[in-house]
Design a protein around this ligand. Structure first.
Ligand code: PMP
Length: 307
């Protein structure tokens, strides 16, 4: 990753990324007590702007994650958006980017409770594809279960909780899969490691409900809107059994980093003919055009940054 010359927002101002450093005694480093977001910015077709996708919705989720973790974010959503736009502009990017705001427990102290203040850091880096290639993914159901709402809530995007997903993602790769699907303790489908999941059955979209210990994804929401509004599809949000994974006609993962990623097989059972299904193709294409600001109806989802 190219880091030279990049600016970050740290300590209340823009500083060289190399100077955005924290002590090893920082509470967030010791205990994972931080909340974060992952946001994409796409270089416009003309090359003159960066188009940030659903910036406001990401900061609204950050604020909600903070509330769950007793982190009161000092800046309101408007201010967070403005700081981000200023930072992206100052970095003069020529490519697609990823934006990672983190609000972290910054006290340097031993002891797990959450009473201290927190600080904001925003890092922006050039970012291309997240998943290796365009081939439909081979998914495997993980032996690791998704953390429960009453243990480490998945609804909040908490840094420390990603250990759960790291274990599942590593196990999947070691077993020859591309990615993992995690089940809840009750055996129902939750989400993939850093992505939500959609199934297609008989022309309907199905996605696990928000009470399945998942992150309420911005892409999940975007896809639901596009599927309903633009393709006229029915979308069901409900409890999903493991065996429904095996009999789906199509499946795809959705997330800021992964965008829309087709699934070819689950637990080595091919879905359909194992190729990217027709509904997946249409949604992937539509999402790509919307996120890159090419569909005027969804212009309100895009924040344009000149520079
Ligand atoms: N689930 C988890 C656990 C994630 O980390 C992410 C990525 N933020 C997602 C789902 C997808 O969410 P979004 O579409 O908002 O990026």
């Amino acid at each position: 990753m190219q880091k030279e010359g990049l600016l970050a927002y740290f300590g209340g101002r823009q500083v060289p990324l190399a100077d955005a450093r924290i002590s090893v005694l920082t509470h967030a480093f010791l205990y994972g007590t931080a909340v974060f977001e992952g946001i994409r910015g796409y270089r416009s077709a003309t090359g003159s702007e960066v188009l940030i996708f659903r910036l406001r919705e990401h900061y609204q989720r950050l604020e909600r994650s903070g509330r769950i973790l007793s982190i009161r974010i000092q800046q309101d959503v408007e201010t967070l958006c403005r700081l981000t736009v200023d930072l992206v502009a100052a970095n003069h990017f020529r490519e697609d980017i990823y934006i990672r705001p983190i609000v972290y427990k910054s006290a340097e102290r031993i002891g797990v409770h959450l009473s201290d203040e927190s600080d904001l850091v925003i890092v922006t880096v050039p970012f291309g594809k997240y998943l290796e290639d365009e081939r439909p993914l081979a998914l495997g159901v993980s032996s690791w279960r998704r953390t429960e709402d009453n243990a480490i809530p998945s609804r909040a995007k908490v840094n420390g909780s990603y250990v759960n997903l790291s274990l599942a993602a590593s196990e999947a790769r070691a077993s020859g899969f591309d990615e993992a699907i995690l089940l809840n303790e009750d055996g129902h489908v939750s989400e993939a490691a850093g992505m939500n999941l959609y199934l297609v059955r008989d022309g309907r979209l199905i996605t696990p409900s928000v009470s399945a210990n998942l992150l309420e994804g911005v892409t999940r929401d975007s896809i639901r809107t596009l599927a309903q509004e633009e393709l006229g599809l029915r979308v069901e949000e409900r409890q999903v059994d493991r065996t429904e994974l095996y009999i789906a006609d199509e499946a795809f993962l959705v997330g800021t980093a992964a965008q829309v990623a087709p699934v070819g097989s689950i637990d080595r059972r091919p879905l359909g003919d194992g190729k990217t299904g027709p509904i997946t193709v249409r949604l992937k294409d539509l999402y790509g055009r919307v996120a890159r600001g090419q569909v005027s109806k969804y212009a309100s989802w895009i924040t344009r940054v000149a520079g």
